[in-house]
Design a protein around this ligand. Structure first.
Ligand SMILES: O=C1O[C@H](COP(=O)(O)O)[C@@H](O)[C@H](O)[C@H]1O
Length: 273
C-alpha cells in the first residue's frame, strides 16, 4: 500500500510504494489528473520528460482507461534532457520515449518538440531554447514572469544514484546557470559526455515537478536530496542536484519505492512515512 506524506523537514510531498507496479499505477493516475486540470484551465498540457526507467513507468498511460480518457490532442511534449547522440541511437532519450511511449499514444507530431541531432550540441541547445521561446510567445507554454522562464505544467524527472536530475550532475558548472533555459555540457560523468539539459531556473519555475527514484542504489542519494537542510550546516547543495529542485510557485512530489526510501527514517532528518 502506498504511503503519502508531507513533512516540514522534507522537501516536497513523498509518495512511497511497495513495488514498481504500484508506483507506476499511482504515477500515471497523478499525471492524468494533472493533464485533466491543465487542459480544463488552459486548453493544453505541457510536459517535459527525462529518460530511462521513467518511460517504462509511464507505459500504463498507453493502456485502458488512460489511452481513451487522456486528452492526447492537447498535449505538448518536450524533453528535460537529451544525450548528444543521433535520434536512432540506443542512448537517445528521444528514441527511448518514441519507442516506449510516443508511438503508442495519439499526441500530434507537431506537438512533439524534440532536440535537433543534425547540428552541433551547442547549436542544438540554442535551437531548442528558441523553439521553447516561440511556444511561450504563442502562449502555448505559460510563463513565470518573476523568473522570466517557461512554466511547464509538468517536468518529470528521474534521479540517478549520484543525485543527478535531467543532465545536471553533481558539482557541474551547469548547476550555476541563472539566465539560459537550456544549456549543453561536454563533461557528463556518465556516458555519453555531451548532453543538453533544462537549467534549474526552468525546472524550478514549473507548475509541477515529479522526481522518481527506485531501487536500493538510489537510497543514499534520496537521503541526501529530500531532507530540508539548515543554512550553514556544511552541506554542499551542489553535491545533490536533486536537492536543488525546489519549485518556487509549484508543487514537488517524489515517487519512491520502498528500497529507495529505506534510508529516510527517524534519526536522519525526518520520519519514516
Ligand atoms: O542520464 C540520465 O539519467 C537519468 C536517470 O538516471 P538513472 O541512473 O536512473 O538511469 C535520466 O532521468 C536522464 O534523463 C538521463 O539522461
Amino acid at each position: 500500500m502506498a504511503a503519502s506524506s508531507n513533512h516540514p523537514k522534507m522537501k516536497g510531498e513523498l509518495r512511497i510504494s511497495d513495488s514498481m507496479d504500484e508506483l507506476a499505477t499511482h504515477l500515471v493516475e497523478y499525471i492524468s489528473q494533472l493533464s485533466e486540470n491543465s487542459v480544463k484551465e488552459y486548453g493544453c498540457f505541457t510536459i517535459a520528460v527525462s529518460g530511462r526507467t521513467l518511460i517504462d513507468l509511464i507505459g500504463k498511460l498507453c493502456e485502458a482507461p488512460y489511452i481513451r480518457t487522456v486528452d492526447w490532442g492537447n498535449w505538448y511534449f518536450f524533453w528535460a534532457d537529451e544525450r548528444g547522440v543521433a535520434k536512432d541511437h540506443v542512448d537517445s532519450n528521444y528514441k527511448l520515449t518514441k519507442d516506449g511511449f510516443l508511438s503508442r499514444v495519439p499526441v500530434p507530431s507537431k506537438h512533439i518538440i524534440s532536440i535537433n541531432d543534425n547540428i552541433s550540441i551547442g547549436e542544438a541547445a540554442l535551437r531548442y531554447e528558441f523553439d521553447i521561446r516561440q511556444l511561450v510567445k504563442a502562449h502555448t507554454i505559460n510563463v513565470d514572469m518573476h523568473a522570466d522562464c517557461p512554466k511547464f505544467d509538468l517536468i518529470l524527472l528521474e534521479m540517478g544514484a549520484d543525485g543527478h536530475v535531467a543532465s545536471l550532475f553533481p558539482k557541474n558548472e551547469a548547476l550555476r546557470e541563472k539566465t539560459n533555459w537550456v544549456v549543453y555540457i561536454i563533461d557528463s560523468p556518465e556516458h555519453p559526455p555531451e548532453r543538453i539539459t533544462f537549467t534549474l531556473p526552468v525546472i524550478n519555475s514549473a507548475c509541477n515537478v515529479i522526481i522518481v527514484a527506485t531501487g536500493e542504489d538510489k537510497a543514499n542519494a534520496v537521503h541526501q536530496a529530500i531532507p530540508v537542510r539548515e543554512a550553514g550546516d556544511g552541506f554542499d547543495v551542489t553535491s545533490s542536484p536533486a536537492h536543488m529542485v525546489n519549485p518556487s510557485h509549484g508543487k514537488l512530489v517524489w515517487f519512491l519505492d520502498a528500497a529507495a526510501a529505506s534510508k529516510l527514517c527517524p534519526g536522519d532528518d525526518g520520519p519514516k512515512v
